[in-house]
Write a protein that binds this ligand. Structure first.
Ligand code: PMP
Length: 366
């Protein structure tokens, strides 16, 4: 082997396709409606904002490395054991910690065909091999996952509801997946959008993470709590899993302001109810209006919808993306997820939703 002229990352690192976040800019001069990253149109709870501002003193001090008060608040609100909670710099960090702790070279980890992109990145970064299970009707297929389990499988990642499809796997199917996995496989229930699921059967997923020795659930403050900028998520699972993750995480991974805002937000149940009600009302409206335009919308339980476009030149998703963006409505192209014919639209405020539907109507009739 010739000597390299500069340091080289480990094999595989340069095979990772970098995560490309949703666009934050429109290409035209119109008012921007950013509906590309599933952020909350209601923003953060006023109580969380106040706590955030108050926390901005004593910047010379390190934060509490164990996020003890935040874990206590989460435990209290959700009826959980604080010792089995770990906080992360976004739930992305928890997913990465899982990969770093449980996956190494030669190991495999499984996720669904249209599963969240960070799984693949985390698996490859850990040196593992991603294994993709095909979906049925844009929904996780439990049998397809179980068929792909081998002795080398270490982790199964399941986003439920899934991003970008918005589809939901009912708890009896999640349970069937868990029951079908060998005991050495860790099942990660990524519940970033859990609060939007009205039927509340995700609480059964919490129960599973509380009782099964091989299930960990991840949650985030980025979506319904409207705190994406602060980077805050958490995981709940068996003591032995949380112990492993804690050994690897950065010693001060959650900053002081995020801890304070998180505590205030998780306690502000009435604000979360408002956010849920807003989402339900407008997700229904957006779905109906866009369907009435002749496009297919995958029924969603999240705070976003996946809109499918025809392949007809002049009517495609890529052209719609440019058209909308030039008029101030920024959606998410999901070609990187293997869905080049679709755009994902986050549910926004009334003005953004109406503007997007109006521009789509104009686009389709142009
Ligand atoms: N899981 C899923 C399914 C997501 O869509 C997202 C956000 N895009 C995350 C996890 C990560 O969110 P965060 O790191 O902001 O908590």
């Amino acid at each position: 082997q010739p000597q390299s002229t500069h340091p080289q990352p480990r094999p595989g690192i340069l095979d990772i396709a970098p995560y490309v976040p949703g666009k934050a800019m429109s290409t035209g001069g119109a008012k921007l409606h950013k509906l590309s990253s599933n952020e909350s149109p209601l923003g953060a709870s006023p109580k969380a904002l106040a706590a955030y501002r108050e926390a901005g003193v004593d910047l010379e001090r390190y934060p509490d490395g164990s996020s003890a008060l935040l874990r206590a608040a989460i435990a209290e609100v959700h009826g959980l054991n604080a010792d089995r909670i770990i906080c992360g710099n976004g739930s992305d960090e928890i997913l990465e910690l899982v990969a770093r702790c449980y996956i190494g070279p030669g190991d495999e980890a499984i996720y669904s065909e249209y599963g969240f992109l960070v799984y693949k990145i985390a698996i490859l970064a850990a040196g593992g091999t991603p294994v993709v299970a095909p979906e049925r009707n844009l929904t996780t297929d439990v049998d397809a996952i179980l068929e792909r389990v081998t002795d080398r499988t270490k982790v199964v990642f399941l986003a439920n509801p899934n991003n970008p499809t918005g589809t939901y796997l009912p708890f009896d199917e999640v349970k069937r997946l868990q029951a079908g996995l060998p005991p050495h496989v860790l099942l990660v229930l990524d519940a970033a959008y859990a609060e939007y699921v009205r039927r509340n059967d995700y609480e059964a997923g919490v129960e599973l993470a509380a009782t099964a020795p091989n299930v960990v659930m991840t949650r985030t403050f980025s979506k319904i709590h409207g705190l994406a900028a602060l980077r805050l998520g958490w995981g709940y699972g068996p003591a032995h899993v949380i112990d492993a993750l804690n050994r690897v995480r950065g010693p001060f991974n959650i900053n002081t302001a995020a801890q304070a805002a998180g505590i205030a937000s998780i306690r502000d149940a009435s604000f979360l109810d408002l956010a849920i009600a807003h989402n339900e009302k407008w997700r229904g409206w957006v779905t109906e209006e866009i369907t009435a335009l002749g496009l297919t919308v995958t029924p969603s339980v999240g705070n976003f919808v996946l809109i499918h476009f025809p392949e007809t030149p002049g009517k495609t998703a890529a052209e719609a993306d440019s058209y909308l963006s030039a008029r101030g409505c920024v959606l998410r192209a999901v070609g990187a997820y293997g869905l080049p014919g679709a755009l994902r639209m986050s549910i926004g405020d009334e003005e953004a939703n109406r503007a997007t539907v109006g521009i789509l109507k104009e686009y389709l009739s142009a």
